[in-house]
Design a protein around this ligand. Structure first.
Ligand SMILES: Cc1cc2nc3c(=O)[nH]c(=O)nc-3n(C[C@H](O)[C@H](O)[C@H](O)COP(=O)(O)OP(=O)(O)OC[C@H]3O[C@@H](n4cnc5c(N)ncnc54)[C@H](O)[C@@H]3O)c2cc1C
Length: 392
């Protein structure tokens, strides 16, 4: 039996990951009555935003758009950390390790210079001097972003939602049926979605709806996004540093191009994190056990032995299996649904979206409240059905 919620909302945001939480934050602070829903809870363990830590870097090769969005977003992340009085952002710096064929890092340096981001170009001698834990084998030079670092991902999203609940946001745990499904077909009227329906049978009305469902978006909108978002399985490993050695907590975030391997220092004693940024196999976010493969572990160990010789025999402390929700080229989707004037979709973080949460929230909120959203790269119309990665 359907139950209709008597409360009225201006907006319902579905999905309390990084994108949904920042969108709800912006809508709330623009004066709207906002309900935030999630099937499992803010930044839960299988959400893309549910990891321990995420890199925030300014560099994006030649891509100025994401460099500028990182810059703007970092201001908002720092302000959140300040308000929460918690070390949610760790300013440990970001180190680009450029191997042979490292044109991408050259392009990154040019963009940082153009946009005015503080950076330094290091020789391998400087690299050894600054971070003797790192082997320079197959590294030609390094690019240093001193103001970048790491966001404590799960903690940050949960802190944001908790802060906004205190400020008047309503949060509920509920799974929402697809607006493309029979359950909601009666809720559609002349190009508008009147209400959503939860799996507990609640009907919730609002003037506008934002779906920020991460890797679940292809399930929520199978006809529209089933062929346009490609969730992939990604494995992350945390290795235990040697006893009595705190030097692996004092490293920066790092990214090796063109090897596409990255890592995060030993924060909160969870272990030294390492992962390969290449897309893994296709994943159904609801069904798979989160157990890493033996091949993934072997690849991480091999890289660790090469780059961080003191960790050659480090035991694995923890692992995670998460998912990227890739668009064809890595650009986000932030757009209005083609059939419903008051339904907006925000997602496609594609393995690099976390840092941009504040800018995504601003853009989505502006689109939902004023209709202004003029970046063609985020438009649904630009989303291809064949993968060709362009954003790293
Ligand atoms: C291993 C890994 C490493 C990464 N590293 C970085 C990094 O270093 N730097 C960086 O910037 N980015 C990184 N990213 C990318 C970043 O984490 C994601 O782009 C970002 O978290 C996406 O957030 P989201 O809110 O779109 O999705 P999610 O966090 O997945 O949130 C979507 C939410 O929607 C909810 N939901 C779905 N369907 C429904 C429904 N029907 N009803 C109710 N709720 C629903 C889900 O439960 C979920 O909580 C990484 C991602 C992964 C997986």
């Amino acid at each position: 039996m359907m139950r209709t919620t008597s409360k009225t909302f201006d907006f319902v945001v579905i999905g309390a990951g990084c994108f949904g939480a920042w969108t709800a934050h912006e809508l709330l602070h623009a004066g709207h009555r906002v309900l935030l829903l999630d099937a499992f809870g803010p930044a839960h363990s299988r959400a893309s935003s549910g990891g321990e830590s995420r890199v925030i870097r300014m560099g994006y090769g030649p891509d100025e758009l994401y460099t500028r969005w990182s810059q703007r977003s970092l201001v908002a992340w720092k302000a959140l950390a300040e308000r929460a009085q918690r070390p949610l952002f760790r300013e440990c710096g970001m180190l680009w390790l450029a191997g042979p064929g490292g044109d991408y890092v050259e392009a990154t340096q040019r963009t940082l210079a153009r946009v005015g981001v503080a950076h330094e170009r290091w020789s391998t001698a400087t690299l050894i001097d600054r971070f003797p834990q790192i082997s320079t084998e197959a590294i030609d030079w390094a690019l240093w972003e001193p103001g970048s670092g790491v966001l404590m991902a799960r903690q940050s999203v949960q802190a944001l939602v908790a802060e906004d609940v205190r400020a008047g946001l309503e949060y509920r745990t509920a799974a929402v049926a697809s607006p493309e499904s029979a359950a909601t077909s009666t809720a559609q009227r002349a190009g508008k979605l009147d209400r959503i329906v939860t799996n507990a049978g609640d009907e919730i009305s609002a003037a506008g709806f934002v779906f920020a469902c991460g890797a679940w978006l292809p399930k929520v909108f199978p006809a529209l996004l089933g062929a346009r978002i490609f969730p992939t399985r990604q494995e992350i490993f945390f290795f235990a540093p040697p006893a009595g050695d705190a030097s692996f907590a004092r490293l920066p975030a790092w990214f090796h191009h063109p090897a596409l391997v990255y890592g995060i220092p030993d924060l909160e004693q969870r272990g030294f994190k390492i992962s390969v940024d290449r897309h893994g196999a296709a994943i159904d976010p609801d069904r798979e056990d989160r157990v890493p493969t033996a091949e993934g572990l072997a690849a991480a160990r091999a890289y660790l032995a090469l780059r961080f010789p003191k960790l050659r025999d480090a035991p694995l402390a923890e692992s995670r299996v998460c998912q990227y929700e890739n668009t064809a080229n890595g650009d986000f989707i932030i757009d209005r649904h083609p059939e419903f004037d008051n339904l907006f979709i925000t997602g496609g973080g594609s393995g690099h979206g976390f840092k941009h949460g504040p800018a995504v929230g601003e853009y989505t909120s502006r689109l939902a409240t004023t209709g202004i959203g003029d970046e063609p790269r985020f438009a649904l119309a630009s989303k291809a059905t064949t993968q060709r990665r362009g954003v790293f």
